[in-house]
Design a binder for this molecule. Structure first.
Ligand code: FAD
Ligand code: NAI
Length: 461
C-alpha cells in the first residue's frame, strides 16, 4: 500500500515527535514512522524517563534508610520490592506512550510502525511492505550505545543502559566501564539498592564535560555514598564465566576486578542501520553523524536531520529544540536554536546541572573572568531539607559582568538551572541576577548569593 504526505518524520523520539507536532500545527500533512511500536523513542522508552523514575524511587528509599531516623522517621522494616519498582517504571512509560499517541491524534498526524528504508529521494519503504512518498523528510533516528569489541552486550550480565534499566534483580557487584552521565546515574540506582558499584574510567575525572570543580565534588560525594572509582584506567581484557573478570591497567599497575554484571557506558553513536542512506547518497561524517547545514538540511535539500543523529550534545531537549526549528524552516519561518544556552544535567544525588562555559573553556578562549561560589551549607532551605551538599558557581566576564556560565551541584540542581538558562539567554549580568528578588527560604537564594559573590558581595558567606 502506498501513502503520501507533505512531511515524513522517521523516528518518534523527542526530536521526531516534537517536529511532527510542530509541522502539523503549521498546516502540514504529517506522517511519523517508528520501528518501535511505542512512541517516544530512546528518551521515553529506554532513556530519560525510565532512568529518572528509578533514580527518584531509589533516592527516596536511600534517604529514608540513611537519614530517616535522625529526622524522626521510623524506618524499621523498610525494604525494596524491586519487581514493583520496575512495574511502576513501565506504568510511567506507558502513560506517556499513550500521551504522545493522543497528541498525534489531536494534531491529525498519521503514525505507522515499521523500519523505514530509502527507496528513492522521495520514497521510503517500511519493513511492513508499505511505501510512503513525501515532499520533505526529517530524519530523527537517534543513537545507540557503543559496545566494547571484547564485551558484546547480552543485556543480562553485559549491559548497556537498556539492559541496566530492565534487570530482574540488583547485581551484587556491578562493574561500570565509563564514569560519564549514564554510568553515574545508573551506578547510583544500584548502589542505593545495595549493589557494590565500581567504576573504571579512561580519563582522570568523572563526567568530563562538567566544570572540573563540579566533577571533583560529585566524585567525592558518590565516593562517600560507597561507590569506588578507578580513574585514568583502561580495561584491556574481559573473561565472562560464572562471574565477569576485567583486567584493568590502572595508574598503580595491572588490576583484576570481578563482578556479576558489567555496565558498558562509554558513549553513544548515531543510529542509521537499515535506513538506506547510501541508496540516496546522504552524507555522514566518519563517526556516522548525518551532515547538515545550519538549517538542518542534508546534502539532499528536502531531507533534514535532527537530534542525536547530528552533531552536538545527545540530549532530549536539544533534539526537541531542533524538532521545532526544522518544522518551522520547512514552513518557511526563520527560527534559531541557541546552542550556547542548552543546559546539561546528571540526575545523581546531589544533582549536577550546568549551562554555558566551564572555567577551562573560558581559559581556552582566553576570556578574562570572575567567579562567585556559594555553598548550600549556608542556604537555609537546604539545611531544612537536609540537602546541603554542593554549591552554585557563576562565571562572569571580568569587564562586562555578563554571565558566561552557571554550574550547580546540589539537590534539585536540575530545576534550579532553569534560572541560569533564562539569565544567560537574556544576556544578564551577575549584578542584574543578584539584584533580582528570590523567595525565602528557597534553594534559589544560593543562585542570588553566588551572583552577589561574583563581585564580593555575598551576604551569608
Ligand atoms: P531517539 O529518542 O533515539 O529516537 C529515535 C527513534 O527512531 C527510535 O524510537 C527508533 O526506534 C526510531 N528509528 C530508528 N531508525 C529507524 C528507522 N529506520 N525507521 C523507523 N524508526 C527508526 N537526555 C536528556 O536530555 N535528559 C536525560 O535525562 C537523558 N537521560 C538518558 C538516559 C539514558 C539511559 C539514555 C540512553 C539517554 C538519555 N538521554 C537523556 C538522551 C536522550 O534520550 C536522547 O538525546 C534523545 O532520546 C534523542 O532524541 P532523538 O529524537 O534524536 O532520538
Ligand atoms: P558519556 O560521553 O557521558 O560518558 C562516557 C564516559 O566513558 C566518558 O567519561 C569517557 O571518558 C569514558 N570512556 C570512553 N571510553 C572508555 C573506555 N574504553 N574505558 C573507560 N572509560 C571510557 O556517555 P554515556 O554516559 O554513555 O552517555 C551517552 C550520552 O547519553 C551522553 O553523552 C548524554 O548525552 C546522554 N545522556 C544524558 C543524560 C542526562 O542528560 N542526564 C543521562 C544519560 C545519558
Amino acid at each position: 500500500m502506498n501513502k503520501n504526505c507533505d512531511v515524513l518524520v522517521i523516528g518518534s523520539g523527542p526530536g521526531g515527535y516534537v517536529a511532527a507536532i510542530r509541522a502539523a500545527q503549521l498546516g502540514k500533512n504529517v506522517l511519523c514512522v517508528d520501528k518501535r511500536k511505542e512512541l517516544g523513542g530512546t528518551c521515553l522508552n529506554i532513556g530519560c524517563i525510565p532512568s529518572k523514575t528509578l533514580l527518584h524511587t531509589t533516592e527516596s528509599y536511600w534517604k529514608l534508610l540513611h537519614h530517616g531516623q535522625e529526622r524522626g522517621l521510623e524506618t524499621t522494616g523498610l525494604s525494596v520490592n524491586f519487581s514493583q519498582m520496575m512495574t511502576n517504571k513501565r506504568k510511567v512509560i506507558s502513560g506517556f506512550n499513550a500521551g504522545i499517541a493522543g497528541l498525534f491524534k489531536k494534531n491529525k498526524i498519521t503514525h505507522l510502525c515499521g523500519q523505514a528504508s530509502f527507496r528513492g529521494t522521495h520514497e521510503v519503504q517500511l519493513s511492513t511492505g508499505e511505501t510512503i512518498t513525501f515532499k520533505e523528510a526529517i530524519l530523527a533516528t537517534g543513537s545507540e550505545p557503543i559496545a566494547l569489541p571484547f564485551l558484546p552486550f547480552d543485556e543480562k550480565r553485559i549491559l548497556s543502559s537498556t539492559g541496566a534499566l530492565s534487570l530482574e534483580a540488583p547485581p551484587q557487584k556491578l562493574l561500570v566501564i565509563g564514569a560519564g552521565v549514564i554510568g553515574v546515574e545508573l551506578g547510583s540506582v544500584y548502589s542505593r539498592l545495595g549493589s557494590e558499584v565500581l567504576f573504571i574510567e579512561f580519563l582522570d575525572c568523572i563526567c568530563p564535560a562538567l566544570d572540573h570543580s563540579l566533577s571533583k565534588a560529585l566524585q567525592e560525594s558518590l565516593t562517600r555514598q560507597g561507590m569506588q572509582f578507578y580513574l585514568s584506567s583502561k580495561v584491556i581484557e574481559a573473561t565472562v564465566q560464572d562471574s565477569i573478570t576485567l583486567q584493568v591497567e590502572t595508574p598503580s599497575g595491572l588490576q583484576t576486578f570481578t563482578g556479576d554484571a558489567v555496565l558498558v557506558a562509554i558513549g553513544r553513536k548515531p543510529y542509521t542501520a537499515g535506513l538506506g542512506l547510501d541508496t540516496v547518497g546522504i552524507a555522514t561524517n566518519p563517526k556516522g553523524m548525518v551532515l547538515v547545514d545550519r538549517q538542518f538540511r542534508t546534502n539532499l535539500s528536502h531531507i533534514f536531520a535532527i537530534g542525536d543523529l547530528i552533531d552536538g550534545p545527545m540530549l532530549a531537549h536539544k533534539a526537541s529544540e531542533e524538532g521545532v526549528a526544522v518544522a518551522e524552516i520547512i514552513a518557511g519561518k526563520k527560527p534559531l536554536v541557541d546552542y550556547s544556552t542548552i543546559p546539561q544535567v546528571a540526575y545523581t544525588y546531589p544533582e549536577v546541572a550546568a549551562v554555558g562555559f566551564t572555567e577551562k573553556e573560558t581559559q581556552a578562549l582566553c576570556l578574562t573572568i570572575k567567579t562567585g561560589v556559594f555553598p548550600f551549607k549556608a542556604n537555609s532551605r537546604a539545611k531544612c531539607n537536609d540537602e546541603d551538599d554542593g554549591f552554585v558557581k557563576i562565571i562572569a566576564d571580568a569587564a562586562s559582568d555578563e554571565i558566561l556560565g552557571v554550574h550547580i551541584i546540589g539537590a534539585h540542581a536540575s530545576e534550579l538551572i532553569g534560572e541560569g538558562v533564562v539569565a544567560m539567554q537574556n544576556r544578564m549580568t551577575s549584578q542584574g541576577l543578584a539584584e533580582t528578588s528570590h523567595a525565602h527560604p528557597t534553594l534559589s537564594e544560593a543562585i542570588k548569593e553566588a551572583a552577589l559573590a561574583v563581585n564580593g558581595r555575598a551576604i551569608h558567606k
